[in-house]
Design a protein around this ligand. Sequence first.
Ligand code: SF4
Ligand code: SF4
Ligand code: FES
Length: 373
Amino acid sequence: MAEVHKPPEKFTLRLRRYDPESGNAPYWDEHTVELEPHRSVLEAVLQAKDRFDGSIGIRCSCRQAICGSCGVRVNGEPALACHTHLDAAKAGAKEGVIEIEPMGNMPVLKDLIVDMDAVHWKKIQRVTPWLLAKQPVPEREYIVSKESMVDVTQTMACIQCGACVSDCLAMEVDPGFIGPAALAKAYRFVGDPRDAEPYERLNDLAQDPQGIFDCTHCFKCVQACPKDVNPMGQIMRLRRIATQDHHIVDQNNGERHEEAFATLIKNNGLLWEAELLPRSYGGNSWFGKFAPPAGKELLSSLPSIVKALLRRKVTPMGVFKPHKIPSQDLKAVQSIYDKIESRPERYELNLYIVGEDETGAPATASPEGSVSA
Ligand code: SF4
Ligand code: SF4
Ligand code: FES
């Protein structure tokens, strides 16, 4: 049956305008366009550009969510302009006005166009984004298992739109962080059995203070990605392979930090914040705080500790005692650890692929992309 579209409606757009060369400050500009509600935000901006102001800057090409060039923020959230319907954008808009801004974490070149070369592509280059083929190269082709390809297909779906980079909280604080898109790209090769240097890649990204351990696990990139690449999930996989399979101990204490985090929750059911820092630096036991590196780090963290105390994020008693939870809850938490730790090998389940399994039951794509234990 042919799809029935609603008649054209009026949509008001609020565009963030900025031309660094003009010397003027950024400002907001409003235009009302008329389009069918199923049309995209990109079409609306192009209509405004066509009818009212030819100087509006926006980058686009394919108009069908493939080339990755129309990344913007719609109502404060990262989105592909060509993949966001006007009715949906209006439903999420304040007072019915659709707000469109350039992506974050990248310098604005003009209006809605950001400098992807300066940030996004520079970081992609950083991870050697090509296969370092295992030698000798076979006469015909490399044979790769289906499972291995399924595993990397998720990262291969990336269209390099930069939406994850735009929203990455770690990059906001530390612009030098390699970032979600580049690290997802790194997993694409680390997870590929044809690559000859997974250890070197992992060691490089683990030892880099702005590498895999710089991610704060905030989930923003997972929500932002229009292709369900699940960059954070790929970063966690890189960490697991680096620490558990290759036993890489990084100079950033990332591996020790994770160990300490997991142990504190296993022992107490909740995180014991005051113990986390010394154990991350001094070793994963109560005595960790007496190790010289932990003492040094504690001293340098004194201003943050005082702030946390003043804001009641930690209490003085919390330094000496962990949080307490009911014993049945603690047992429930510990049983999860027991179950996971008793498995003979790590279990990774990639749920990205859409299709049917042998029984004919549908297998669906998951925004989380993968689960593991
Ligand atoms: S999960 Fe990590 S990489 Fe993703 S947005 Fe948050 S800090 Fe950035
Ligand atoms: S991981 Fe997703 S959000 Fe990030 S660049 Fe690739 S497609 Fe865009
Ligand atoms: S124009 Fe290609 S992804 Fe939007």
